[in-house]
Design a protein around this ligand. Structure first.
Ligand code: NAP
Length: 240
């Protein structure tokens, strides 16, 4: 894999992904809103930027030319179907062989088998109503985007982030198939490591059509349960 596109490259996660990708020798192109191009001044000369909304199919089509990997930051902002439009454009317009990796949060459930804490359910319920009422965000839009990704036969991965924090990366996060796995109990990942996992997913075939829920590898729950969770996943792996 040589050339990758980062959609939402000007955000915090996007910039971390760009740095990891450049460090690994990828050719990087990125899409961000025109007003955010200036945020990329530090790395601007090393990447190619396509300014535009990420649900603008003409912009996405141009940016994805020649890319064998696409990293998409899926955000619920606005109430005009931004996340759904972004995901659909990537699913429709990426090269047929491209690896497609999307970011999201634990709240995006693939099969309804995630078990959420009361605190997380309450937070999501309040955020969903308040954000929609203020017209700043629509969690239902991000959920619809996820449904379309899960239904796709493309080589996708949807990486589901825990609560995030800044700070120096500590290495590749560990993951479980479902929220509620004791491995994830610490609910904390460095944003830089989330970005590392997104990059890692591009070249890990075991993550194709998976929605890994991640947590920092140095957290208490990861240290206590990493081995057991990996064994459970291996046992549950569909046989070829
Ligand atoms: N924040 C968390 O605690 C958390 C937890 C779990 C998972 N996640 C997931 O992590 C990913 C990135 O989250 P993040 O918090 O690190 O954010 P981020 O990287 O800062 O990304 C925010 C993105 O949203 C864009 N954006 C901001 N306001 C917008 C608007 N009104 N309309 C359209 N686009 C807008 C930004 O573009 P500009 O640069 O143009 O503003 C940027 O690309 C998301 O997929 C999120 O679901 C986040």
């Amino acid at each position: 894999m040589k050339r990758i596109c980062i959609i939402g490259i000007s955000g915090k996660l996007g910039q971390y992904m760009a740095e990891h990708a450049l460090a690994r020798g990828y050719e990087v192109v990125g899409v961000c809103r025109p007003k955010s191009v200036a945020k990329l001044a530090r790395i601007g000369e090393r990447i190619t930027i396509f300014p535009g909304r990420s649900d603008d199919r003409a912009v996405i089509d141009a940016a994805l030319q020649g890319c064998d990997g696409v990293l998409t930051v899926l955000v619920p902002w606005g109430v005009t179907g931004y996340a759904t439009g972004t995901a659909q454009a990537v699913l429709d317009l990426a090269s047929p062989k491209a690896r497609l990796v999307f970011s999201g949060g634990w709240h995006l459930s693939r099969d309804g088998r995630d078990r959420y804490s009361l605190k997380l359910r309450a937070f999501i319920a309040v955020f969903r109503r308040l954000a929609r009422w203020l017209r700043v965000a629509d969690l239902g839009d991000q959920e619809e985007a996820a449904r379309r990704i899960f239904a796709s036969d493309r080589a996708w991965t949807l990486v589901r982030g825990s609560d995030l924090e800044e700070g120096r990366g500590v290495g590749l996060p560990v993951w479980a198939r479902h929220v509620g796995d004791p491995l994830l109990a610490s609910n904390r990942t460095r944003r830089s490591d989330f970005a590392l996992f997104m990059l890692h997913a591009l070249s890990d075939p075991t993550l194709i059509r998976e929605a890994p829920a991640i947590v920092g590898r140095d957290t208490a729950s990861a240290r206590a349960h990493a081995g057991a969770s990996a064994r459970i996943r291996e046992r549950a792996q569909p046989q070829a």
